[in-house]
Design a protein around this ligand. Structure first.
Ligand code: NAP
Length: 250
């Protein structure tokens, strides 16, 4: 992983107990940032924070709950006195055909994958505005670019919404020196894709569609997030950037 200097920065990463969020937390900490590690699962948040060191602490919370998400941002800011970087990474992916998907699963997906970014960005935006700037990165998906995935209607809708919210947020927050971008991973090797990857036919089909001929690893996503949080991306906002081995070329 390349490094940038984030040694005076404070970052909050949601869903960082494992997978892509954990790799993002590690990349930010590796560049000098102090990282607040959120996850709905307290044990995995503690584990990540312990592995990161450098003042990292666990902040367990369900970001799909509006009160809990706002409190999370308040608690982190109260603990560290600032918040420079927010990465909205927590996500879920219920699988069911539309005709069978429950209303509860539909709603929960929108709560965690889309509304949570509004809750945390609103709270963090107020803090960053007062401080004169910041960077927000939302982890969307190539599925958010109107690319249908079978049996994942709530997921696809939530990620398309997250890309739209990213653009609106970037437009409104630009006046406050806050940059907002989305990262759209392709197929990354994490627990989220474990079941599908264990299906040999599915795996072969995925690989055939990826020009680079391999699935992504969490650090592949973390590298792009790190860049977007750095001063190197100072003139970059409102974008939704794919990191997918060339699977989707827009
Ligand atoms: P993952 O391995 O399932 O990790 C997601 C983490 O988020 C888990 O630790 C999970 O906690 C946590 N989480 C779930 N709901 C939460 C909530 N309400 N509040 C706080 N934390 C919560 O998934 P991943 O593959 O790393 O995915 C990370 C992000 O990348 C997601 O937004 C996902 O949609 C996106 N993405 C992934 C891929 C891919 O191929 N993997 C592709 C495109 C986009 P638990 O331990 O309780 O489950």
């Amino acid at each position: 992983m390349f490094t940038v200097d984030l040694s005076d920065k404070m970052a909050l990463v949601t869903g960082a107990g494992r997978g892509i969020g954990k790799a993002i937390a590690a990349a930010l900490a590796g560049s000098g940032a102090v990282v607040a590690v959120n996850d709905i699962d307290a044990a995995s948040a503690e584990r990540t924070a312990g592995e990161l060191g450098r003042g990292a602490r666990a902040f367990p919370a369900d970001v799909g709950d509006p009160g809990a998400a706002a409190r999370l941002v308040e608690d982190v800011t109260a603990r560290y006195g600032r918040l420079d970087i927010l990465v909205n990474n927590a996500g879920i992916e219920p699988k069911a055909p539309i005709l069978e998907l429950s209303v509860a699963d539909w709603q929960r997906t929108l709560d965690v994958n889309l509304s949570a970014a509004f809750y945390t960005s609103q709270a963090a935006g107020r803090i960053m505005r007062a401080a004169g700037g910041g960077a927000i990165v939302n982890i969307a998906s190539i599925a958010g670019h109107n690319i249908p995935l079978p049996n994942r209607s709530s997921y696809v809708a939530s990620k398309a919404g997250l890309i739209g919210f990213t653009r609106e947020c970037a437009r409104e927050f630009a006046a406050y020196g806050i940059r907002v971008n989305a990262v759209c991973p392709g197929v990354i090797e994490t627990e989220m894709t474990a079941e599908s990857r264990s299906n040999a036919a599915q795996l072969e089909k995925w690989l055939a569609d990826i020009p680079q001929g391999r699935l992504g690893q969490p650090p592949d996503v973390a590298g792009l997030v790190l860049f977007l949080c750095s001063d190197g991306a100072a003139y970059l906002t409102g974008q939704a950037i794919n990191v997918d081995g060339g699977k989707v070329m827009l």
